[in-house]
Design a protein around this ligand. Structure first.
Ligand code: 13P
Ligand code: ZN
Length: 298
C-alpha cells in the first residue's frame, strides 16, 4: 500500500528521516570507515600537520560492483601526469589536495573522493566526493606508480598507499647517512623485533621535489624491493595489504626513529645489537633479512 501522508502530516519530518536512513552512503562503507580511521589515528600521532600527507586505497572489484550505483560518471576526464596502463579501469579512494587528515571524518565528501582511472590508464575522473572543486592529492603520480608496481607483483596485495610526515623519521634524515642499508640497520637496532616487521629493509630517497615525476620515479625504484620509503627532509611512503598493515608499519618505523633520536640526544650509543644477534633472530623466526643491512654499521 502506498501511503502518501503529504507535507502537512505531523510525522512528515520523521518519515523523511526514516526514508533517508535507508539510503546508502559511501562514507558508511567498511572501506571508507577504515580509511577515515587511519586518517584520524595518524593525525593524533602528529604525522599530519596542516594538509601534510595523503592516503589512497585501490577498491576491490567486489566493492566497485557493490557501490558503483552511487558513482556519478559525468565529470570530465583529466590527464594524468604519467599514464599508468597497469591500473587502467581501477577505482581509488583518495584524499584531496590541500585537505587535512584531521577533517576526513567530519567532512568526508570534501576531503576525500573516489576517482576512476580510464581504461588506458592515461586519465582520471572524479566519480564521488571531492566536492567544491576538490582535486586528488598532489602526490597522485607517486601513489599510482607504486600501486601499479605492486599490483603487477600481486593483484590483491598493497591496496593501501600512504604518505606521512612523521617527525622523528624526518629528523633522522638530517643525521643518519642517506643509505638504505645504514638507515635500515639503525631502525632495526632500535627494537629487536623490528626486523620481523620489515626484514626486507627500507629505501631512502634523497631530497626530491614534492609531487614531481622525479619523486614518483625515485620512489618507484625503491619500492621494487621495499614496502617503505623515506623521503629525506620530507616524510614517508608506505604500503600495505590493508589499513592496519600499513598503519602498523608506519608506527614501527616512527617509534624506531624516535628511539634513535632519543639515544642520540642521550649522547649516542654505548652498546647496540650485533650482527650475530640479528642472525640469531633471523634463524629463530625463519626470516630473510636484508644482507646489506646485516653487514652495515648501525
Ligand atoms: P596534498 O595536500 O596535495 O596531498 O599534499 C600534501 C603533501 O604532503 C605533499 O607532499
Ligand atoms: Zn608530503
Amino acid at each position: 500500500v502506498k501511503r502518501d501522508y503529504g507535507r502537512n502530516f505531523p510525522g512528515y519530518g520523521i518519515l523523511r528521516i526514516e526514508q533517508e536512513d535507508r539510503r546508502m552512503y559511501i562514507e558508511e562503507m567498511p572501506f571508507f570507515r577504515d580509511f577515515s580511521d587511519l586518517a584520524e589515528a595518524a593525525d593524533r600521532r602528529g604525522w599530519h600537520e596542516r594538509n601534510g600527507g595523503n592516503l589512497t586505497y585501490r577498491l576491490t572489484s567486489g566493492e566497485v560492483k557493490a557501490w558503483e550505483a552511487l558513482f556519478h560518471k559525468t565529470e570530465p576526464w583529466q590527464a594524468l601526469v604519467k599514464a599508468e596502463p597497469h591500473v587502467g579501469g581501477e577505482y581509488y579512494l583518495v584524499t584531496g589536495s590541500g585537505k587535512w587528515m584531521r577533517h576526513v571524518v567530519k567532512e568526508p565528501r570534501r576531503c576525500a573522493g573516489i576517482i576512476e582511472i580510464s581504461t588506458d590508464g592515461a586519465a582520471y575522473r572524479i566519480v564521488w566526493g571531492l566536492e567544491d572543486q576538490g582535486r586528488p592529492t598532489s602526490e597522485l603520480p607517486t601513489h599510482l606508480a607504486v600501486s601499479a608496481l605492486k599490483k603487477r607483483a600481486d593483484e590483491e596485495k598493497n591496496r593501501v598507499i600512504y604518505h606521512a610526515h612523521p617527525p622523528y623519521l624526518i629528523a633522522s634524515t638530517f643525521t643518519i647517512p642517506l643509505d638504505d642499508a645504514v638507515f635500515t640497520r639503525h631502525l632495526w637496532e632500535a627494537d629487536i623485533e623490528n626486523p620481523i616487521v620489515f626484514p626486507e629493509g627500507i629505501g631512502i630517497v634523497p631530497w626530491v621535489l614534492p609531487g614531481s615525476r622525479e619523486a614518483a620515479e625515485a620512489t618507484l625504484e625503491k619500492m621494487k624491493n621495499y614496502r617503505a620509503v623515506v623521503w629525506a627532509q620530507h616524510g614517508t611512503f608506505t604500503c600495505g595489504d590493508d589499513f592496519d598493515d600499513t598503519f602498523g608499519l608506519m608506527e614501527v618505523l616512527e617509534k624506531s626513529a624516535q628511539i634513535c633520536c632519543t639515544v642520540a640526544a642521550m649522547g649516542g650509543k654505548r652498546q647496540g645489537v650485533s650482527t650475530d644477534n640479528l642472525r640469531a633472530l633471523e634463524k629463530a623466526c625463519g626470516l630473510k633479512l636484508n644482507e646489506g643491512a646485516l653487514n652495515a654499521k648501525g
